[in-house]
Structures are given as structure tokens and as C-alpha cells.
Design a protein around this ligand. Structure first.
Ligand code: URA
Length: 253
């Protein structure tokens, strides 16, 4: 009880429990929050269910599902060209191949956002929860470009409507940008969006009667798939990490 009273105020060397777990690299902050609420997290062997609980960074032993969260882990940033029929998660209950199965890393990495099982292309993986959170946060509007093969050529009126924004259930998509890869075959297009609604690209085209026969993410912020064949991956260069960090930097107050 005394500990609780002391730790709810912010002291130096302390950090919110959810942020600590996310920063030290095993999971994104929202997932950390869920785990905490589910009672899977202990501090010094006591279960704590409040994500806002402040821990003492160099003293408290935090465990998730019994596994110690180690501080000062080496941060890892990877870009993968995900093949189709690979799950963008760290495990799969149906034992299908996951993106982390394709990568050799001593660190416990996880994907930044997701791509559908049938979507191929650029996906980032990291153990830096804060970096992942920022990239996925809607506030920073990080652009992603997808190469799409449609079931039939797109009509100009539909292209214009999709560019303006489309109602999907209770939400309207933000403006998108569409270009033709080959103006003579209007089944092939590139679309750039900055949101990440579930199956957004597929749903947008389906709402106008087009099926997406093929979907590949070719660009994420400044990053492209250049030099990476399907299934290949590499570590990001320091300047690539810097550029990505820069586009989702909180404004100075
Ligand atoms: N939009 C989709 O429909 N699927 C993806 O995998 C990514 C964006």
C-alpha cells in the first residue's frame, strides 16, 4: 500500500509499467497494457494490473508470463520483404509460418503493424516498442504505398472517389493518392495511404465492385523494398532509422 502511494507520483528513475515493457522491447505498448490488465505481469513477484503503475527502473524486476523483462537491450530494426502466405505476427495458433520465423535474431522482435496473410511486401520488425508505437500512431500520418492488381480496369470516377475518401462502416478513409503503373492497363495501380484500418485497401476497392487480385506494400515512409527479394530481410541503416524517427517525432513544446 505504501509502495502504491509512493509510486503513483512521477519520480526520477521511474517509468509507467506499460511504457517500461514496451520500451524494453518485447511488445507494443497497447499489447503491454492488455497483458497487464489480464494479470500476466508481475513486479517483484506481485501481480500488478494497472498499466499506469510506476516502477523503479534499475530496481524492480518486471516479468511478463514469468519471463524477466531485461533492460538496456540492444535495439534492432529490420525490414523484411514478406512473402504471401506468411503471418505477420510472432506466433500462430494454426502453426503457419510467421514473419519472425523468417528472421534470425537473438532479440525478441515483433512486426510494426500488420499485412494480411495474402499481402506481400515491406514490413518492419523491431524490439523498440516506442519506435513501433510512433510509426503506427495516426497522428504522424506515415505514408504507405501499395501496388495493386485489380480484377478489372479502374474507372476514372471510382479513382476520383477513392482519392477523396470512402465510407467503410462508420469511418471515412482519409484522402489517398492513386497513380497508374502503366496507363495502358488500368488494372495495375499504386495507392498511397497513411491510415492502417484492417484490410483497408481491399475493402476500399471492393466497395466499388473491384476485387484485389494481388496486393504488395512497396513503400513505408521513405523506405522501399530495393534490393530485397521476397523472403529476404536486412537491418536498417542508422540513417534510415533516423529518417523514420524524424517523420514521427512529437512536436517540441
Ligand atoms: N490493406 C489491406 O487490405 N491489406 C493489407 O495487408 C494492407 C493494407
Amino acid at each position: 500500500m505504501i509502495r502504491e502511494t509512493i509510486m503513483t507520483g512521477k519520480m526520477s528513475g521511474t517509468m509507467r509499467l506499460n511504457k517500461f515493457i514496451s520500451n524494453n522491447g518485447s511488445i507494443a505498448r497497447r499489447t503491454a497494457e492488455e497483458y497487464i490488465r489480464q494479470g500476466r505481469v508481475t513486479i517483484n513477484n506481485m501481480t500488478v494490473t494497472d498499466p499506469a503503475f510506476n516502477i523503479i527502473e534499475n530496481k524492480d524486476k518486471v516479468r511478463v508470463d514469468g519471463e524477466l523483462v531485461k533492460t538496456s537491450r540492444k535495439k534492432v530494426y529490420i525490414v523484411l520483404n514478406k512473402p504471401r502466405k506468411v503471418i505477420s505476427g510472432v506466433s500462430d495458433d494454426k502453426h503457419r509460418t510467421t514473419v519472425t520465423d523468417l528472421i534470425k535474431s537473438k532479440e525478441k522482435i515483433f512486426p510494426v503493424g500488420r499485412l494480411d496473410y495474402d499481402t506481400s511486401g515491406l514490413i518492419l520488425l523491431t524490439n523498440d516498442g516506442e519506435f513501433a508505437n510512433r510509426l503506427m500512431h495516426p497522428r504522424y500520418k506515415v505514408e504507405k504505398t501499395y501496388r495493386v492488381k485489380l480484377s478489372k480496369p479502374i474507372e476514372e470516377k471510382h479513382k476520383l472517389l477513392i482519392q477523396k475518401g470512402v465510407r467503410l462502416g462508420r469511418k471515412v478513409t482519409a484522402p489517398a493518392y492513386i497513380s497508374f503503373i502503366n496507363p495502358k492497363d488500368k488494372r495495375y495501380i499504386n495507392i498511397t495511404i497513411h491510415e492502417g484500418m484492417n484490410r483497408q485497401v481491399r475493402k476500399v476497392f471492393e466497395s466499388f465492385g473491384y476485387f484485389v487480385d494481388k496486393l504488395e506494400r512497396i513503400k513505408y515512409g521513405y523506405l522501399t523494398l530495393r534490393g530485397l527479394a521476397s523472403g529476404q530481410w536486412r537491418h536498417l541503416e542508422p540513417k534510415e532509422i533516423q529518417s523514420l524517427t524524424k517523420i514521427c517525432k512529437p512536436e517540441e513544446k
